[in-house]
Ligand binder design. Sequence first.
Ligand code: ADP
Length: 918
Amino acid sequence: MIGRLFRAHGEFCASHPWEVIVALLTITACMLTVDKNNTLDASGNGLGTASAAAAAGAATAAGTSPPPVLGGSATSSRHRPCHGWSQSCDGLEAEYNAADVILMTIVRCTAVLYCYYQFCSLHRMGSKYVLGIAGLFTVFSSFIFTTAIIKFLGSDISDLKDALFFLLLVIDLSNSGRLAQLALSGSNQAEVTQNIARGLELLGPAISLDTIVEVLLVGVGTLSGVQRLEVLCMFAVLSVLVNYVVFMTFYPACLSLIFDLSRSGVDMSVVREKAKGSLLLKSLTEEEQKANPVLQRVKLIMTTGLMAVHIYSRVAFSGSDYDSVDKTLTPTLSLNVSNNRTESAEITDIIIKWLTMSADHIVISIVLIALVIKFICFDNRDPLPDQMRQSGTVAIAAKASQTTPIEEQDLVDQPKTQEIAPEKSAVRKLLFTIEEQSSKNATTQTELLPLQQPLVLPVRPPRPLQECLEILNSTEDLNGPAALSDEEIVAIVHAGGPHCPLYKIESVLDDAERGVRIRRQIIAGRAKMPVERLGGLPYEHFDYRKVLNACCENVLGYVPIPVGYAGPLLLDGETYYVPMATTEGALVASTNRGCKALSVRGVRSVVEDVGMTRAPCCRFPSVARAAEAKAWIENETNYQQVKTEFDSTSRFGRLKECHIAMDGPQLYIRFVATTGDAMGMNMVSKGAEEALRRIKRQFPDMQIISLSGNFCCDKKPAAINWIKGRGKRVVTECTISAATLRSVLKTDAKTLVECNKLKNMGGSAMAGSIGGNNAHAANMVTAVFLATGQDPAQNVTSSNCSTAMECWVENNDDLYMTCTMPSLEVGTVGGGTGLPGQSACLEMLGVRGAHATRPGDNAKKLAQIVCATVMAGELSLMAALVNSDLVKSHMRHNRSSIAVSGANNPLNVTVSSCSTIS
Ligand code: ADP
């Protein structure tokens, strides 16, 4: 019910932002212009506006009549509250002493530090918008607050010095940040309005209750009778109220307006992305946001109690006692003070006051400057708590270990330096697993693990293991892994058992990045190396959802590989820019040059889906039985039965043929299947397994030795793939004019043809190469494979390539070139193709994911692109090689020592003498 009220209120503010903001500004302006005396008279009568109500509420909370507190001080006793240190004060001036200065300096420093901490927390949300909005909120709150103080308390500007620090202390930017994040996560105005409404529905009741409790609690200070304390508490009460009113009205309106204004042009995606993980947003998806009922009840009881205290105090002090105390004490004080003062004492007082005042300013300035320097120069952008947590992990563990005697055995395999350098921190690794030991003495059974990190004070000491386990396994909202610190997680992992095995830390924590970070710490400890050694291996900002249970286990991070492009490459009438991931300098440039030469006339290609293969090894009791089985499978009717079983395992895997080789009583049944757009290893393995079940029903004496019998043949050099093909078979062809050969490649057809015959055919034959009739096909294959998320190990078979060159029959000057690649194992779905970078590269080629209408076409197109890219690389390198040869002959003829120029020497070979070449 209350929630709904807040929701309606939030909806109103968000859908009428202009109205709310203008109304608030108008009211503020009115407050500034209202006559002070009238205002004072009106205080306590209810001013009917939000801010006025805030101030009026504050005045009421403080007690409007009779006046033991600030309101009273301002209205009846009329002595101006003495909270401006630079001003001379009536009566209270004498009370200024060193204790005051120290107290106020501490309050101010705390306020500044608290503010700094809040902004760091907001910074962690990762968006300048959230920061900006929260900042705006603070500024506006201060503005309203200032106005309220000036007008309603009859203060002058100097009074605000202390008051504003109170505002800083009570303002809670985390709620503003969360609401901003939530609001800006909406993708349209309606969503933003709904989000704000829902946000207020969730936050409103709790914040309101908190505000009441705070006001009443701090309000107790206004009853103290100590005038300075009363004034300060009054400021605090006002701050809380103003903060509340602004948060409930101006802030949601402002959020809504900012979204509206920034819809065109400003990219809110960062905020939205961050907001997805926000707790508040998560709670939106829950059925009902449940506030902690115990806490709520405690707060309500506190409220009632405090109310009673206030009512009682105000009634009790409304008599003459308080007035008389006020009246008698003050003159006495003034009298004593004035009597005891000599002129010189006054001068000394002024000097001391000036000095203490300056000291206060100096301290605050130092704190501020230190914070600014820290933020600009030393803060890395890791979230503050994370940094503290990381360093704390080591520190806390080390601290915990200090209580336990170090066993000699523990130190045996430590380096000598460790023994004599106890300042190098060490962490206690638990020596038991949860199943093995009762948890009672668990915390005392540890082993010393060296850690090189510096000792840093922890955020808080880790809780006992048993408590941590309970929190970890708890299903309550506020518990779970997020409620545990990194060091507590580390302790749980070290404890062993089923709770949080290191290999599945990401899924246990439900936070992959945090899991990876903790694993790095643990592994660094186990490998006895500083975790900083992994510093160059990035792990943040990666979508681990695509990795876990799919691409990699025991993740420590990812290795970035530079990606270049080669292109434009004109292939079958379409232009491609081919992404290549490599660390081999000149590879991309060389391929690019090949693309330039090929694209003048364009490359044509044909592709055949040969099919992916899996060949189990099956053993029979005898050769005769094996032969019988072979004949049975090759029978068309039986083959159809096997195929039905095979095909039943996938929507895309379709058995094409079974090629059976016999070796003694063993059969190697090579299942060949098309696999749509997937490379297909998994698919065909599943199918083969099912097909074998059918065969085994027929031949129960068949023994399946291995699902893969190496006749497949995957990731190993093998003639069978070269001969029969595997995956996609692609042939590309192109003619390159003599002019292009000359201008782009600095060579001619005859030279290239000659070199190709002797090198790629003759030389490879001499080497006994199978599938290696090429210059460096594997270079292009691997670079494109890495960029597009193919299985890099499959470059073995996929790089099979025959590069052929002839002089073009029609004129004998142009070059006719083909590349034949019979075993390109590629896919555009599955494996690494779904990772963000890889999938972007596939997108670049227009072949990402499954083909919309013809499954398999994307994979085939990718195979064609790979083959054409290989062709470009082959042509360019062959030209480079023949050019080097030309350089050699040139040198031989000139018999001189030259540094070969870049133009004639694309490989940039520097030659000092003829003898170094020949
Ligand atoms: P691989 O066999 O290459 O290792 P997977 O079998 O792991 O790849 O991944 C292929 C998955 O993608 C299968 O679950 C398959 O059903 C699905 N898929 C969706 N669309 C296609 C498609 N057009 N071609 C092939 N597989 C597809």
